[in-house]
Design a protein around this ligand. Structure first.
Ligand code: HEM
Length: 183
């Protein structure tokens, strides 16, 4: 399986941009479309406002019980009815990265209930996390979600809940792009 992907913002692509908001920190240059491609393909030298790279990686925080719960209810990307998507690139603060792994897990789950809350929105929301902290990128994570238009309100609720958690106090850059599949 290929694990390295390019998220290309430009004037063409599979996903049309419905909205783009800088939630925290600097925005991304405005684009009309986003395309998600396996890295290493042809990316035209001009006409792309940005190209963010991310890699599918191993889990860091999920326990065995959480992995089992996730696997029993999560859906794959690419479902026909999932005509909406969200691309939310996120960077966390130096204070977060200075913590030890057990301290990060405690904030992520014991205090913020990230997985417990997220599981309530499965299988309607399909998700994929891409890591980019070690790829010399402007963000630490590219988070990607796909859902049917009927689940858009539920997704708003989920995002608002997560942004109110202790975990999000460690987010210092976040951009939120909402997308609609073309065709
Ligand atoms: C759809 C329901 C969701 C579920 C079930 C879910 C579940 C998870 C899980 C299990 C992890 C940890 C993976 C690991 O063990 O390394 C994770 C990480 C993460 N999720 Fe979610 N999530 C959901 C929604 C969201 C949303 C809406 C956002 C952004 C607004 C988000 C942002 C992140 C980020 C940035 C990480 C990486 C955290 C870190 O490593 O510091 N998640 N998620």
């Amino acid at each position: 399986m290929r694990s390295l992907f390019d998220f290309v913002g430009g004037e063409a692509g599979k996903w049309r941009v419905l909205s783009a908001a800088a939630v925290r920190g600097a925005p991304l240059d405005p684009v009309g479309y986003v395309d998600v491609r396996p890295a290493g393909g042809d990316v035209p030298a001009t006409g792309n406002a940005w190209c963010l790279k991310g890699q599918i990686s191993n889990l860091r925080y999920a326990t065995r019980a959480e992995v089992t719960a996730l696997r029993s209810s999560q859906e794959s990307l690419g479902r026909t009815q999932a005509r909406r998507a969200a691309l939310i690139p996120i960077r966390k603060t130096p204070a977060w990265w200075d913590l030890a792994q057990d301290e990060r897990r405690a904030i992520f789950e014991d205090q913020s209930h990230h997985t417990e809350v997220g599981l309530r929105y499965l299988p309607a929301i399909a998700r994929q996390l891409y890591h980019c902290r070690d790829l010399a990128q402007p963000f630490d994570f590219l988070t990607w979600f796909e859902f049917a238009p009927e689940s858009a309100d539920a997704f708003e609720e989920l995002v608002a809940t997560l942004r109110s958690t202790t975990e999000w106090q460690y987010v210092d850059r976040e951009v939120d792009l909402r997308l609609e599949r073309q065709g």
